[in-house]
Design a binder for this molecule. Structure first.
Ligand SMILES: [Mg+2]
Length: 330
C-alpha cells in the first residue's frame, strides 16, 4: 500500500488548468479557454510582433522562500522588460511551469494571484502553456509576445560613435535587494530595506518608455547582468567603446545608504531591469520629453566612441580598473 499522507493536496493537470489558469486566458478568444492543443494569435493587423522567452529557476533566479505571487510576477516582468527593450508593447504570454512535488495547490493559487494582478497592471493575457510536476526546483518559463509600433525594433547594434548613453530608474537596487533578503546590506532602515527587497522581487519593466524610444534611441537593452556588463553587450554589438561617468549614474537613497555596497559594486550588480539605451546628442530634448511622458526617470551617464570595451571614470576623470568583485581605482 502506498502511503499518501505526506503528499501535498494537488489537483490533476486538467483540474489545475481549468481551475487556476483558464481564468487568466479569458480575454483572448484564440486561447480557447486553454482547452485545445495550441492557441491562435489571430494577428492580421499588419503590425510586427516580438517574441521573447525567459526562464526563472528556484535557487538560481529566485529564493525558495520568496513569496510565490512575487515569483510569478517577476517571471512575467522579466519577459515584459525584454519586450520593452525591443520597443514592443506587451500583448500575450504563455507559461511553462515546473512544479516541485512538495508544492500544493495553495502555492499554485498564489502564483496565479500574482499573475492576475500583473495581467491587469500591464494589459497582458495568458494564452497557453504547460504544467509538469517534477522532483527538483520550481521553474517558470514565460514566453511573451508584444506589438511593435512602426515595425521598427530597438536593437543593440544601432549605436553610433558620439551617442549619449542613458539609463532609466536607479542602478544597483536589485543587487541590494538580494543582499537584504540574505540579511546582509547593513546601514538600511526598515523602509529602505523593504524598498530594496521590493526592487529585487518585483522589478518594474519599463513598458511605457521602451516603445516610446523607437525612432529616437539608436540602441537599447535591459539591464539584467549589471550596468557595465550590459553596456559591454551593447557596444560590442554596435562595434564601439563607451565611457561611463560614475558620478552621473543614478542611485536610490537605499543603495546610497547601504554600507559595504559602493558605487563600483552597484554598477556590477544584476537584476535591475532598467533600460540602457543610446541616442545621438541632437535627441537630448526628445529623450527628456519621452521620459517625462512615460513617467520614467532617465539619466545621461556617458557616451560612445570608436574602439571597444567600457571605461568607468571617477569624479576626477580617472578610469577605474576592474577588480574581481567589481571596480576599483587603478
Ligand atoms: Mg534582456
Amino acid at each position: 500500500m502506498v502511503d499518501r499522507t505526506d503528499r501535498p493536496a494537488r489537483s490533476g493537470e486538467f483540474d489545475l488548468i481549468a481551475r487556476y489558469f483558464a481564468p487568466l486566458a479569458a480575454d483572448w478568444p484564440g486561447a480557447f479557454g486553454l482547452t485545445d492543443d495550441a492557441a491562435l494569435l489571430g494577428v492580421s493587423d499588419g503590425v510586427d510582433r516580438v517574441l521573447t522567452t525567459d526562464a526563472l529557476v528556484e535557487g538560481v533566479h529566485f529564493r525558495p522562500d520568496d513569496p510565490p505571487d512575487r515569483v510569478a510576477r517577476k517571471a512575467l516582468r522579466a519577459s515584459l522588460s525584454d519586450l520593452a527593450a525591443m520597443g514592443a508593447t506587451p500583448e500575450v504570454y504563455s507559461l511553462a511551469l515546473q512544479i516541485p512535488a512538495e508544492r500544493d495547490d495553495g502555492w499554485i493559487a498564489a502564483l496565479v494571484q500574482g499573475l492576475a494582478a500583473d495581467q491587469s497592471r500591464f494589459g497582458v493575457t495568458l494564452i497557453g502553456g504547460d504544467t509538469v510536476s517534477a522532483r527538483g526546483p520550481a521553474m517558470l518559463t514565460v514566453t511573451a509576445i508584444g506589438r511593435l509600433a512602426h515595425s521598427r525594433p530597438l536593437r543593440r547594434n544601432g549605436a553610433a560613435a558620439g551617442d549619449d548613453v542613458y539609463v532609466s530608474g536607479t542602478i544597483g537596487d536589485g543587487g541590494l535587494g538580494l543582499r537584504a533578503c540574505r540579511g546582509e546590506a547593513a546601514g538600511l532602515d526598515a523602509a529602505q530595506r523593504q524598498f530594496a527587497v521590493d526592487r529585487y522581487q518585483l522589478p518594474e519593466p519599463r513598458v511605457a518608455l521602451g516603445p516610446a524610444l523607437v525612432g529616437t534611441a539608436s540602441a537599447c537593452l535591459d539591464v539584467s547582468d549589471g550596468l557595465i556588463a550590459d553596456l559591454g553587450h551593447l557596444v560590442r554589438a554596435s562595434g564601439l567603446a563607451a565611457e561611463v561617468l560614475l558620478d552621473d549614474v543614478p542611485w536610490s537613497g537605499a543603495a546610497a545608504a547601504a554600507m559595504d555596497y559602493p558605487a563600483t559594486e552597484r554598477i556590477a550588480a544584476g537584476d535591475d531591469y532598467e533600460l540602457l539605451f543610446t541616442a545621438p546628442p541632437v535627441q537630448r530634448d526628445a529623450v527628456t520629453a519621452i521620459a517625462r511622458t512615460a513617467g520614467t526617470p532617465v539619466a545621461r551617464v556617458g557616451r560612445t566612441m570608436p574602439g571597444s570595451g567600457v571605461r568607468v571614470l571617477d569624479s576626477g576623470g580617472t578610469p577605474l580598473a576592474l577588480a574581481r568583485t567589481g571596480w576599483r581605482h587603478r
